[in-house]
Design a protein around this ligand. Structure first.
Ligand code: GAL
Length: 670
């Protein structure tokens, strides 16, 4: 049960009845029931229909659609409709439109073109939300609220004068006075000193590198400003419907918004997943995002709010989902802790920019293969209802930090060829391939429950966090810090003595210099047995200050120098890896760290198969086996007595998974 919203798993999608004549609605209800749909997101892009003029509202069509849903026992994830404003607003109040970094104001005509600081937008959104809440607060179809849609998807930063004024206010509360701002931003450089607050601007288009502290603070400010919009709507909804939960849909590996800060405001975390069927790396990134979303919600079940039943329409090549792939993606979400499997959208549009985007009901109709798969998935999810609400236990935490994401990718960073997420996915992928459940953690996450904490490229680190990590290690934790960490502080100033700044005594080393290499460069590393193992793309010149050397560089300018270390403290230890490991070196790094930490995998390694476990409060547990690929793979089960959770049959000692095959097994208790 997803937070008490529906029984069992939520199943459905975005429903846009306003795009269709009402006689189609009746057919929608019939097909929804046939497919087992129990929740739909409605009215997401309906503002111009709900408020056709500044002084006129029209809810009649939505009343009828909501009534129909209620009559058919389908819940509404009712949207606040504020993601795309009507054109009467931009014509009358042009500053409602956002401005890009070159000072060009967007024109109306697509979606999400509003400036997040615009008073007009905020007031109009607040009024619409209050009217919707008052009107539908007692409606039997109302299950939950869907606030806006994918905040910052198209406009993640606005550079207009209203935002500039807001930025100055935000900076004033952060730094107090201009002297502190000048100090923090290092404005002694390139004649950038400010003599008055009016001179302080957003980092607009300019000749070359902008001040990195200004860029980082603008990123933080925009994340906070757009979050204010969410909080404004949520507070109105809480006021009118205190018993209803609210969410907004997050996006995959989304850099512009600090989702840790956002998640604190969320009743339920939900997200939209669009893995590219043509990209063999997409299942890994998708798994990472699922785990991030679960972790953002503190481990509570999350919602897969949107996915595509087949093709999207916004890639260069919009690959179809071959038979089984939509089911694989759906169960991948369930495997990582989702209690909702939802789609964009219910019925494929006939007109508009998304007419070629797939849907649960495609143009080809109910006889199509894809609707058949949708119908079957509904049956399976209904059978799995007892599993909803169950959670995932993880011994391993993976540190994810937006400040480090933003700052390690500055235009002035030592290398621009390695995105922060490549490091996250490198380490996450190695853990996932070993069937180790992983939670993402932030500076706010309590660390007590974790045995191993992997910290990839934590470029920006505060003294306070370093102290927390040190205390955690001293009390028994195994910390694994990776290359490119601990260069700068919260204001972007380089730590005294350089990296690893406040982690220097914990790691027992100093980074004297770094050697960023062209992507694809491979070099050898020796873990003490003279076997050449591979490192890639980046290496560091370390000065050991008490740590024990675990591996040395075997060639190149650093031949013979330390490449990886361990430093013991209290009952724990802090490990450091100064290069990006290839698979063999990764094994040599992870194996001892996992063993010493006592972190447990949920299933033996079967190449191409990933396994997770969900655990219910009453002790029942389920394994989800996911075959990432085509062909057949046979899997031996380490325990007898597992039952197929869909049909209840005993599965014996082994099973075979076909193309993108998935099995959910209930384990015997105890
Ligand atoms: C999402 C969005 C939906 C739809 C979908 C298409 O980003 O929330 O409204 O546009 O993409 O893939």
């Amino acid at each position: 049960m997803i937070h008490g919203i529906v029984d069992g798993f939520a199943y459905g999608g975005d429903y846009n009845p306003e795009q269709w004549p009402e006689d189609v609605w009746a057919e929608d209800m019939r097909l929804m029931k046939e497919a087992g749909v129990n929740l739909v997101s409605i009215a997401i892009f309906s503002w111009a229909r709900l408020q056709p003029a500044e002084d006129r509202f029209d809810f009649a069509w939505l009343d009828r659609a909501m009534d129909l849903l209620a009559a058919n026992g389908i819940g509404a994830d009712l949207a606040t409709a504020t993601a795309a404003h009507p054109n009467w607003m931009s014509l009358k109040y042009p500053t409602v439109l956002a401005v890009d970094e070159k000072g060009i104001r967007y024109t109306w005509g697509s979606r999400q073109a509003y400036c997040p600081s615009s008073r007009v937008y905020r007031d109009a959104a607040a009024e619409l939300v209050r009217r919707l809440a008052e009107r539908y607060k007692d409606h039997p179809a109302l299950a939950m609220w869907h606030i806006n849609d994918e905040y910052a998807c198209h406009v993640d930063s606005c550079y207009c004068d209203t935002c500039a004024a807001g930025f100055r206010g935000w900076l004033t509360s952060r730094y107090g006075d201009l002297d502190h701002l000048n100090e923090a931003w290092g404005t002694a450089f390139w004649s950038q000193r400010y003599g008055s607050w009016d001179e302080v601007m957003p980092p607009r288009y300019t000749t070359t590198f902008r001040n990195p502290s200004q860029v980082l603070d603008y990123q933080r400010f925009m994340s906070d400003t757009i979050l204010e919009l969410y909080v404004m709507e949520r507070d109105i909804l809480r006021d009118v419907t205190p018993d209803k939960k609210a969410t907004t849909n997050f996006m995959p590996l989304f850099k512009p918004m600090d989702y840790w800060r956002w998640a604190r405001e969320m009743d339920i975390v939900s997200w939209d997943s669009y893995p590219d069927p043509h990209d063999p790396a997409s299942p890994l990134a998708n798994a990472f995002d699922h785990d991030l979303m679960r972790s953002l919600g503190g481990g509570d079940p999350f919602m897969l709010m949107e996915q595509a039943a087949g093709r999207v329409n916004w890639r260069q090549v919009n690959g179809m989902k071959h038979p089984g792939l939509m089911r694989y993606h759906s169960f991948q979400a369930v495997a990582h802790g989702a209690d909702a499997v939802m789609f964009f959208q219910w019925r494929q549009s006939q007109r508009g920019s998304e007419q070629f985007h797939s849907a649960m009901v495609p143009h080809a109709g109910e006889a199509s293969r894809s609707f058949g798969e949708i119908r079957n998935l509904g049956v399976e999810l209904a059978a799995l209802a007892p599993m909803a609400g169950s959670r995932i236990d993880a011994d391993v935490g993976l540190y994810v930090d937006y400040d480090s994401w933003w700052s390690s990718e500055f235009e002035t960073a030592p290398t621009s060829s390695a995105p922060y997420t490549a490091d996250l996915l490198l380490w996450y992928g190695a853990l996932r391939d070993r069937n180790l459940p992983v939670d993402m953690v932030s500076a706010d996450t309590p660390l007590e429950g974790y045995r191993l904490l992997v910290v990839p490229r934590l470029f920006l680190i505060s003294e306070a966090l370093a102290e927390r990590l040190e205390a955690w290690v001293a009390s028994g934790g195994v910390l694994l810090v990776t290359a490119g960490s601990a260069w700068i502080d919260e204001t972007t100033a380089v730590h005294p003595g350089g990296a690893p700044g406040p982690l220097r005594s914990l790691l027992g080393l100093q980074v004297a210099d770094v050697d960023p290499l062209p992507p694809g460069t491979v070099f050898t590393v020796d873990f003490g047995d003279h076997r050449a193992l591979d490192g890639r793309d980046w290496r560091e010149e370390l000065v050991v200050e008490g740590a024990e050397t675990l591996a040395v560089y075997a060639e190149g300018p650093m031949a013979g120098r330390t490449a990886s270390t361990v430093n013991r403290l209290g009952t724990g230890e802090a490990r450091y890896v100064s290069f990006r490991p290839g698979p063999a070196a990764m094994e040599r790094i992870l194996e001892p760290a996992l063993r010493i930490a006592g972190a447990e995998a949920v299933f033996p390694v079967v190449p191409g198969v990933h396994v997770t476990r969900r655990r219910a409060d009453d002790g029942r547990t389920w394994l989800v086996l996911l075959h990432q690929g085509t062909g057949e793979v046979s899997v031996d089960l380490p325990r007898a007595g597992c039952r197929d959770a869909v049909d209840g049959r005993d599965v014996g000692s082994s099973l075979v998974l076909g193309d993108w095959g998935v099995r959910v097994l209930e384990e015997p208790i105890g």
